[in-house]
Design a protein around this ligand. Structure first.
Ligand SMILES: [Zn+2]
Length: 133
């Protein structure tokens, strides 16, 4: 045995308690750490990949919907109805409430509010839907 291992150390009772306590605490903390197996890791990566694919899919759908709404003339597309608006007016739920008071196109689901760049389209289709129904 080397000299270092045969040395004696004097510890107070409190210091010994402290030493044992911290060693036990560290051992318990280490034991409680979750064990990530290779299968778990693989499953997690698979789920992350699925989420990435879903997000890309949803983004693609949103872009497609935006394009359809941009290209839609908000008119009905069948025979004699072709001169009729496809928009339906949704009135405000309460007079002082901003909920409602918009047109929704039944062809593309675009919500057209009487403000901003949609104001002209709103006025045009609002007049038409009043005439058509
Ligand atoms: Zn439309």
């Amino acid at each position: 045995m080397s000299e270092a291992t045969t040395k004696t150390v004097n510890l107070t009772t409190d210091a010994l308690k402290e030493l044992v306590s911290s060693a036990v605490t560290a051992a318990v903390a280490e034991a409680r750490k979750p064990v990530v197996t290779e299968a778990d890791q693989k499953r997690i990566e698979q789920q992350q990949e699925e989420r990435r694919a879903n997000a890309a899919d949803i983004k693609k759908q949103a872009e497609h919907k935006a394009l359809v709404q941009k290209l839609c003339n908000h008119m009905q597309d069948r025979g004699r109805d072709a001169s009729r608006t496809a928009c339906v007016y949704i009135p405000p739920t309460l007079p002082e409430n901003d909920n409602g008071n918009y047109l929704i196109c039944q062809a593309c689901q675009k919500i057209i509010r009487p403000k901003g760049e949609d104001l002209q389209i709103f006025n045009q289709h609002f007049q038409m839907q009043r005439r058509d129904f």
